[in-house]
Design a binder for this molecule. Structure first.
Ligand SMILES: [Zn+2]
Ligand SMILES: [Zn+2]
Length: 278
């Protein structure tokens, strides 16, 4: 289905439209062989709270951004190569329904569709694209994925020591290994997680112990960790947030957009094939 869209005029038109909606805030998306498979609004679990995001599924990448004006203007574009993606269905949980995880080596997060049918459609289309891609490239699916971060609102105290209460001054940090929300002292260690970064990253004391033990067993030299010290104090002094900003966190600019009921997602393969029948 996707293959017959590759050189279609409709596909070229849609991709130009996506590019123009992101304007100068986005990257060029139209490359030969790329097909827009579907698009729609999903609710993305961000660090602070769930937010409406516009998603575009291409045959090789997943693109999403903040909605400034519904169907017209988006910004904060993120591009995820599908080769690295693994989906994981989530059970419905209270107000969080029809969700699944989008996991990659560097970043993992939950998204929610409006209905279970839309969830099935999205997951099926994304999985199909991943399968086709891996089959064509002969590559293997990525096995190591970044932890899904526990939202700030779910932890009023440190999940490690269970004592430290978070305030404006006592800030939340996220363990890059398990995603837990922890206090500064409980995440004072760094560990090299090569799938996420070439620099050692903040981990909680639990994960630090586990990772260190594994490393000791594997007999790998210990050059990677870097405990709390001058380096960290300097970074704190310079006002660096703990590096845990989800760069698509916004400024409430899309408030009006997210309040209007999102349309159903559109997937192009089927309707186009029908149109093209003689
Ligand atoms: Zn703590
Ligand atoms: Zn951890």
């Amino acid at each position: 289905m996707v293959d017959r869209l590759v050189n279609s005029e409709a596909n070229a038109r849609r991709i130009t439209m996506v590019e123009s909606c992101f304007g100068s805030s986005g990257q060029p998306i139209g490359i030969p062989g790329r097909v827009l498979v579907g698009e729609g609004v999903l609710t993305k679990m961000c660090r602070k709270k769930p937010k409406a995001r516009q998603f575009f599924l291409f045959n090789d990448i997943l693109v999403y951004g903040n909605i400034l004006i519904n169907k017209k203007k988006y910004n904060k574009q993120h591009i995820i190569p599908l080769e690295q993606v693994k989906l994981e269905s989530l059970e419905d949980d209270g107000q969080f329904r029809n969700g699944w995880l989008i996991r990659t080596a560097t970043k993992s997060f939950a998204v929610y569709a409006a209905t279970s049918t839309e969830k099935q459609e999205w997951m099926a289309h994304i999985n199909k694209c991943i399968e086709d891609l891996l089959r064509k490239s002969g590559k293997k699916a990525v096995e190591v994925h970044a932890a899904v971060w526990v939202p700030d609102s779910e932890a009023s105290v440190c999940m490690h020591c269970k004592k430290s209460q978070f305030t404006v001054l006592n800030r939340r940090h996220h363990c890059r290994k398990c995603g837990a929300v922890v206090c500064g002292p409980c995440s004072s260690k760094r560990f090299l997680l090569p799938s996420q970064s070439s620099k050692p990253l903040r981990v909680c004391l639990n994960c630090y112990d586990t990772l260190s033990r594994t490393r000791a067993q594997n007999n790998v030299s210990s050059i990677s960790d870097n405990s709390f010290g001058k380096d960290q104090r300097e970074r704190n002094a310079s006002g660096e947030s703990s590096g845990e900003e989800d760069s698509d966190e916004d400024d409430e600019a899309n408030k009006s957009a997210s309040e209007t009921a999102p349309d159903q997602p559109k997937f192009y393969g089927l309707s186009d094939a029908a149109e093209e029948k003689p």
